[in-house]
Structure formats: structure tokens, C-alpha cells
Design a binder for this molecule. Structure first.
Ligand code: TYM
Length: 327
């Protein structure tokens, strides 16, 4: 059975971009692969090291979201990154052999520095630059072959493969080169049309109630060229249409025709989408309500997951040290 690793940062509320871009895929994959899924709290420190007061709560919320969405803690190893210290150990060893230039040329590095700088957040740190090295350690610690992620993580995966090759060439062929597995919605837009992201404030939280969902759909931007209801619309530039598609509305062709021929106005079109999304997400919403009151159970799941992860992580670290002749 092939092995999968993926992770998510507990840096604020889990949103529909994370869900449709990654988690929905994880849920489908859990049947056929041996999966390790980690709440990567050390990664969250790279951008919120100054205020760590919310991380623990965000970790719990994320675990609740994952279970509510349908991740099975029996089938998968679900754990918190910092509970398995081998992630930090391997990260340190990899950082010795990763050229600085490889890290500086990662496109997301400069983009995010600039983006956060504009918001008055200074993260010109050693840890932030080394973010993809920690990601590499996460993946190869479990010798994962596949990594289900959204498209924004693809450059990090490329770098992880380069670092893996370098380790294998320098010491011994210990690790497979992991490949990205993209979902049906590799980039889900937010309500303003840019990539859905907590840092843009355009996200739809995963645990939204039906009324919150309806309100978010009402705010979605539509085809800017369609000013009057009688103007013909262009579904391909409309956020609402993208959501019809991603949320697998049974008859997107009718929606397209109605929009292109001005048979339906944007207000009604949004109402119909909202009800469809409320339906699709209602089960997870109910499960979320259930898990919110089961904090002890969630903690047990995470402790059990960390124990299972450590068995594999410790074995890999032994091989790493042997390969590096440090043991
Ligand atoms: P993070 O926490 O930013 O995002 C978690 C997952 O959600 C996907 N995603 C999206 N997909 C589609 N549309 C969007 N608008 C959208 N926003 C987020 C991301 O692609 C990701 O799959 N560095 C990672 C976490 C990580 C990791 C790893 C992932 C740490 N170690 C090892 C894979 C393997 C991150 O920050 O994801």
C-alpha cells in the first residue's frame, strides 16, 4: 500500500479552500492508502511566533474540523507535528545540506513576505525561510510517496524533491521522491475572486452555519460586465459559477445556459447555490456540533496518532543517522 503524508497549519479557521483543495481529497484517499495527516503547529509558528496564545485552540478546532468532515482516526494516523519531535530533528539535519539559494528562489517566499509586510507583519526570520525544509522533513520522515495538496504548495513539493535527491546522493538512497496529488479544486477562489486565504480575509469558514453560508454567498462577486439582469452573463469569470462547479451541482449546464441567456438574475442564482452548499455541508455541520463537546475524545485521538507516528519516525531517524554515519 502506498503511503501518503499531508499537513495543514492551525493558523486560524479552517476554510472551504482547505476543504475543497485538500481535505476532501484526503477523505477520498483514506480508503486506498496508508495516510499520515498532521496538524503542523511548528509551521504555524513561522508566521505567528509573536502571539502563540491561539495555537493550541486552533489545533483542537482543526482536529474537530477534520473529524467532522469525515477523516477516520482509525484508518489514518492523525497527529500534531510538535508531538513527534523527530520532525524538528530531521529538519535540522536537512537544513545543513540545503543551499540558501534554493530557498530564496521559492516563489511563495517573496510573495508571502511582501503580502505580510503590507499588513504590517515582519517575518524576515530564519524559520520562515526554512519553511519548505520543515515541510520536506514532514514528508520524508514517513517515506511518503504521495502528497495531496492544493496548487499553492506545488513549488514547496518541487523543492522537497530536490532536497530528497541531495540527501540520497550525499549519503544513501533512504527516501522516495514524493509527488504532489492535486484535487479537483486546486485553487478555490474566495468571495472576492482572489485565492481563498485567511490572509486576504475572503474566506468562508468550514464550520459556517447555514445562515453564515448564505450571507457569504450573497457577498460573492459575479461577472462585472453584467450590470442589469437583462445583460447576458459570463459564467467563466463568475465566482458563483466556480462554486457550482466545485460543489458538484447536478446540472451546471442549465446554470450556464440560464446565465449566458439572461434567464436568471445573480440574486436568484446565488440563492440556489447557497441552498445547494447548505445541503452538501449540512452533515459535516451537524457532526461538528457533536465533536465540539467531545474535547477529551479529540485529545485521545491526537495522542494515539502521535504514538503511531513516532514508531515510524524513530525508525526513519535511525536509518538517517546510519546513512550519515552518525550512529
Ligand atoms: P495550508 O495550511 O496553507 O493549507 C492547507 C491545504 O489547503 C490547501 N489550500 C487551498 N486549496 C485550494 N484553494 C485554496 N484557496 C486553498 N487554500 C489552501 C493548501 O494547498 C494545502 O494543501 N505548507 C502547508 C502545510 C504543510 C504540508 C506539509 C503540506 C506543512 N507540511 C507537508 C503537505 C506536506 C500549508 O501551509 O498549507
Amino acid at each position: 500500500m502506498q503511503r501518503i503524508f499531508s499537513g495543514m497549519q492551525p493558523s486560524g479557521r479552517f476554510h472551504l479552500g482547505n476543504y475543497m483543495g485538500a481535505l476532501d481529497n484526503w477523505i477520498k484517499l483514506q480508503k486506498d492508502y496508508e495516510c499520515f495527516f498532521s496538524i503542523v503547529d511548528l509551521h504555524a509558528l513561522t508566521s505567528s511566533f509573536e502571539d502563540t496564545s491561539k495555537i493550541q485552540n486552533n489545533v483542537m478546532e482543526m482536529a474537530i474540523d477534520w473529524l467532522s468532515a469525515g477523516l477516520d482516526p482509525e484508518k489514518n494516523v492523525i497527529f500534531v507535528q510538535s508531538h513527534v519531535p523527530e520532525h524538528a530533528e530531521l529538519h535540522l539535519l536537512l537544513s545543513m545540506m540545503t543551499p540558501l539559494s534554493w530557498l530564496e528562489r521559492v516563489p511563495t517566499y517573496k510573495d508571502k513576505l511582501q503580502q505580510l509586510g503590507e499588513m504590517g507583519k515582519e517575518i524576515n526570520t530564519y524559520g520562515f525561510l526554512g519553511y519548505p525544509v520543515l515541510m520536506t522533513a514532514d514528508i520524508i520522515l514517513y517515506k511518503a510517496q504521495l502528497v495531496p495538496v492544493g496548487e499553492d504548495q506545488a513549488p514547496h513539493l518541487e523543492l522537497a524533491r530536490e532536497i530528497t535527491r541531495r540527501f540520497n546522493n550525499l549519503y544513501a538512497p533512504v527516501f522516495p521522491e514524493a509527488k504532489a496529488l492535486l484535487s479537483k479544486a486546486p485553487v478555490l477562489p474566495g468571495i472576492d475572486g482572489r485565492k481563498m486565504s485567511k490572509s486576504y480575509g475572503n474566506e468562508i469558514p468550514f464550520g459556517s452555519s447555514p445562515d453564515e453560508l448564505r450571507a457569504k454567498v450573497r457577498q460573492m462577486i459575479t461577472d462585472p460586465a453584467r450590470i442589469k439582469k437583462t445583460d447576458c452573463g459570463h459564467p467563466d469569470v463568475c465566482v458563483v459559477y466556480k462554486f457550482y462547479d466545485v460543489f458538484s451541482y447536478p446540472d451546471t449546464q442549465t446554470v450556464r445556459n440560464e446565465c449566458e441567456n439572461a434567464c436568471i438574475g445573480c440574486v436568484d442564482c446565488k440563492k440556489r447555490l447557497a441552498e445547494h452548499m447548505v445541503n452538501v455541508l449540512s452533515e459535516t455541520h451537524h457532526r461538528r456540533m457533536h465533536f465540539i463537546n467531545k474535547q477529551d475524545y479529540i485529545k485521545e485521538v491526537l495522542e494515539h496518532g502521535a504514538k503511531r507516528a513516532r514508531v515510524v519516525a524513530q525508525q526513519t531517524m535511525q536509518e538517517v543517522k546510519q546513512a550519515m554515519k552518525m550512529w
